[in-house]
Design a protein around this ligand. Structure first.
Ligand SMILES: Cc1cc2nc3c(=O)[nH]c(=O)nc-3n(C[C@H](O)[C@H](O)[C@H](O)COP(=O)(O)OP(=O)(O)OC[C@H]3O[C@@H](n4cnc5c(N)ncnc54)[C@H](O)[C@@H]3O)c2cc1C
Length: 363
């Protein structure tokens, strides 16, 4: 294979487009609502193969073993409260910015209704990265702005970070990057978000921000979507259609079912973060991160950041996390067709997924 022209349903990480010196690769949403590369001008491709070499969808190699594992949270109660889990991502970024690093993480763009990577120039800009956006993130603009001669912390899904690791090795700039990923359930289609917004966002005025988790009822019950409109605010309650579909594995990226090689202790990052779902902090409502350092450098950074750290075994820290890929559901083609329809079939589809899972759990 000379370039990524034939790759379909990949991780959509965008590194192929970043490394293409001839700028013939673009990253666009495919018909299923996931990012994918497209060759815009095949005649200009010089077949250098760089796009293939950085691609974590195409390249498989061994991952390092965990160095140290922790339960962790920010010492700043405000940061902890406004982050998804314990605020570890924010604290690592704040520490690294203080020693000359830039930050590349994900914000929600309420004009384009999408999650996207961005570059934070100041500590104030870090605010936008707080909170999980359970959507595919558009990486290209931010990744293109990253200068490999400068220092950056980059946060992303494990597959995005695996390609980023390939990039830093290829261009011999590993020392300039501190890479952070998370325990990842999988990423749902942006078509799900589009339909959810049409159903619950109309009548709210201009949507100024969206959040997927909040701790009003505590961290353990934080799966609540909030749409902050200029006229009204929407807050999900009870059985939410978005979470029924997302956590019911009804519309994840095809690659999440079949090609993810990054569950549990398989990571190319320096640091992996997540929710500490295990028994030990079951009564905590402020939020605790599960944290795994995969490199000595990652571990040093954790110890230098403004974090409370308690060391445990990997088994304890990763309790409750997925160990294998999400199960491909027989109704996947039907769901994707339904989400792509011009009608809003979300209530019907989420009802079907809910019933199917209930029946399955009874059997
Ligand atoms: C799609 C998805 C699936 C996840 N699945 C799991 C899981 O199965 N188990 C688990 O324990 N945790 C999972 N997480 C991570 C979890 O939700 C928290 O983000 C994590 O615990 C970190 O918490 P925090 O308090 O440090 O930071 P937060 O305040 O949540 O900061 C989150 C960090 O993640 C980045 N980020 C946010 N959205 C995205 C995105 N769409 N793509 C890439 N990067 C993003 C931000 O830049 C930020 O740096 C998932 C996150 C996402 C986005």
């Amino acid at each position: 294979m000379k370039n990524i022209a034939e790759i379909r349903d990949c991780f959509g990480c965008g590194l192929c487009a970043k490394v293409c010196a001839h700028e013939v690769i673009d990253i666009r949403l495919n018909e299923k609502g996931f990012y994918q590369p497209y060759i815009t001008d095949p005649a200009k491709c010089v077949e250098c193969g760089l796009c293939i070499r950085v691609c974590s969808f195409m390249n498989h190699s061994g991952t390092p073993s965990p160095v140290k594992c922790y339960a962790a949270w920010s010492k700043d109660a405000g940061v902890r409260m406004t982050s998804t889990s314990g605020g570890v991502s924010y604290e690592i970024a704040r520490h690294l910015m203080g020693v000359g690093y830039g930050f590349c993480g994900v914000r929600y763009n309420s004009d384009k209704h999408r999650a996207e990577h961005y570059i934070a120039e100041t500590v104030e800009d870090l605010h936008w990265s707080k909170g999980s956006k359970y959507l595919p993130s558009y990486t290209l603009e931010a990744f293109t702005r990253i200068d490999p001669r400068k220092k950056y912390m980059v946060v992303g899904t494990p597959c995005q970070i695996a390609s980023f690791r390939n990039y830093t090795e290829l261009f011999r700039c590993q020392d300039n990057f501190l890479l952070v990923d998370f325990f990842c359930h999988g990423v749902p289609s942006s078509l799900l978000w589009e339909k959810y917004l049409t159903r619950h966002g109309s009548g709210l005025g201009k949507i100024r921000s969206a959040t997927w988790r909040n701790k009003d009822n505590g961290w353990r019950r934080s799966y609540c979507i909030t749409l902050d409109g200029s006229k009204k605010v929407y807050r999900s309650s009870g059985r939410d259609e978005f979470y029924t579909m997302f956590l019911g594995d009804a519309c994840l990226g095809k690659a999440c079912y079949s090609s993810c090689r990054f569950k549990s202790d398989k990571s190319y990052a320096d640091i992996r973060i997540g929710d500490f779902w295990g028994e030990r902090y079951k009564d905590d409502q402020a939020g605790v991160n599960a944290v795994v350092a995969f490199t000595e450098r990652g571990d040093r950074v954790l110890r230098d950041a403004d974090l409370e750290l308690k060391e445990f075994s990997f088994a304890e820290v990763s309790e409750g996390q997925m160990v294998s890929n999400a199960e491909y559901q027989c109704f996947y083609p039907l769901v994707m067709k339904g989400l792509g329809s011009r009608f809003n079939l979300l209530p019907l589809l989420s009802g079907m997924v809910y019933l199917y899972r209930k029946l399955k759990s009874w059997r």
